[in-house]
Ligand binder design. Structure first.
Ligand SMILES: NC(=O)c1ccc[n+]([C@@H]2O[C@H](COP(=O)([O-])OP(=O)(O)OC[C@H]3O[C@@H](n4cnc5c(N)ncnc54)[C@H](O)[C@@H]3O)[C@@H](O)[C@H]2O)c1
Length: 408
């Protein structure tokens, strides 16, 4: 095993990589702006700077991704699985402006299946009664075509749930059909620059299927949620170090959103530890055994632990992670921060297999993510990443073999 894992140079290296990438992104042509990212206090649509970078927060805007914002028209956002538990937290956060900032008005399309129509109507009524100033229209439907018509953002939460005694393979197949149909519908009806986040499990493979069948849309417009795993990892480290969670930076989730995922703390740091100093997580924790065993397995098993305790899967924390993922993707990651996203891989980064949706470290500017490449990997990390890569390849094989068999 490479000894450099415990040295401080790794997180320094990570910070330097982000600096270089940020400079590169700053040099790219920028777009106008109509929103106020991360509560930038002085910003309105008429105050866009020529560089497109907010002078107060340093964040970029995303109006080129969503031209309708420039015309002061509301953003069209669709949540699938809108009668379910995650949605019951998520839609109210979106309506409140948590995802797109306090100046972006929204039209919310709520999609679920026909047997859930009464519950869906209940959610619609509560949204109306919430009196959200940014929420201009609510449209509850069980029709995929109308739900996706001209949408700018789609959060795909709806999925077939794992039932007692159900084989993993059956779950994969049930969802493969759903995400194929919805991918095609996105291709046919959504806005050409729609941004899609897949949450419903198996999230990475469902995302791959949707992106594949949405063949008129760019694959980089599809991502899968691993932000909840990132938050879980940050929480474990914060608890271990007895610091507030916002002091923990740049923990990376690699691979699949499943028990094979690899939470990688090697490039992270803890802020103000000691006061005014940044310390690499490995040296701050100073417990390699915990980092390579307890930490990783706790994060991998956290979802199952919550189901055991709550008799229901994580919902409010998932909703919060969805908001953070979309907000960072569209409005930009904070300066110096790496976040994790499941993204479509070209096979060139960190051995993530080509043609899978694999979670990698990214930074975001102008509605685009860029992989933070070149962070050194030790043998331990490489092995963990291979395990999760193999699982994704297997899932892909099973899902597409099933979809192909249906065409015959
Ligand atoms: N990626 C992550 O980090 C993460 C975290 C938590 C949960 N999840 C997954 O998110 C999904 C939703 O979780 P939940 O707790 O809200 O589940 P839930 O069962 O409470 O809600 C799911 C909703 O999706 C609907 N649905 C099913 N098929 C649909 C379809 N074809 N079109 C539209 N809607 C459909 C269901 O009717 C239901 O209302 C699950 O697959 C869960 O495993 C992922």
């Amino acid at each position: 095993m490479d000894d450099s894992r415990s040295s401080s140079s790794l997180s320094d290296f990570a910070l330097r990589r982000i600096e270089v990438l940020s400079q590169h992104l700053e040099a790219e042509p920028t777009h106008g702006f109509s929103d106020t990212p991360r509560s930038c206090p002085a910003r309105t649509s008429t105050q866009a700077t020529t560089s497109g970078v907010c002078p107060v927060t340093g964040h970029r805007d995303s109006s080129k991704i969503f031209p309708r914002l420039l015309e002061n028209r509301p953003l069209r956002v669709c949540v699938t699985g809108a009668a379910g538990q995650i949605a019951y937290s998520l839609v109210f956060m979106i309506a409140n402006g948590d995802m797109f900032g306090p100046k972006t008005s929204i039209i919310l399309n709520l999609l679920d299946i026909a047997p859930m129509i009464e519950t869906l109507k209940g959610v619609e009524m509560e949204l109306m009664d919430g009196g959200y100033p940014l929420l201009k229209e609510i449209f509850a439907t069980t029709d995929v075509k109308s739900a996706f018509m001209n949408v700018d953002v789609v959060i795909m939460v709806g999925a077939f749930p794992r039932q007692k005694g159900m084989e993993r393979k059956d779950l994969l197949q049930k969802n493969a059909s759903i995400f194929r149909e919805q991918g095609k519908a996105l291709s046919d009806y959504a806005s050409r620059n729609v941004k899609v986040l897949v949450v419903g499990n198996p999230a990475n493979t469902n995302c791959l299927i949707a992106a594949t069948y949405a063949d008129t849309l760019p694959k980089e417009n599809f991502t899968a949620l691993t932000r909840l795993d990132q938050h879980r990892a940050q929480a474990q480290l914060a608890q271990k170090l007895r610091v507030p969670v916002d002091k923990i930076h740049n923990v990376i989730i690699r691979g699949n959103h499943s028990a094979t995922q690899y939470p990688d703390a090697n490039h992270g740091y803890v802020d103000d530890f000691p006061p005014s100093l940044k310390t690499p997580l490995r040296s701050a924790v100073n417990d390699d055994n915990w980092l390579t065993n307890g930490f990783i397995s706790t994060v991998q098993q956290r979802g199952a632990e919550i189901i055991k305790a709550r008799k229901s899967s994580s919902a409010a924390s998932a909703a919060r992670a969805i908001v953070a993922h979309m907000r960072d993707w569209l409005l930009g990651t904070p300066e110096g921060d790496i976040v994790s996203m499941g993204i479509y891989c070209d096979g060139l980064a960190y051995g993530a297999p080509k043609g899978t949706v694999y979670s990698l470290p990214v930074i975001c500017r102008g509605g685009q993510y860029t992989i933070v490449n070149g962070l050194p990997l030790d043998e331990f990390s490489k092995k963990k990443m291979e395990v999760t890569a193999n699982e994704l390849i297997e899932e892909r094989q099973e899902a597409f073999a099933f979809l192909d068999s249906q065409r015959k």
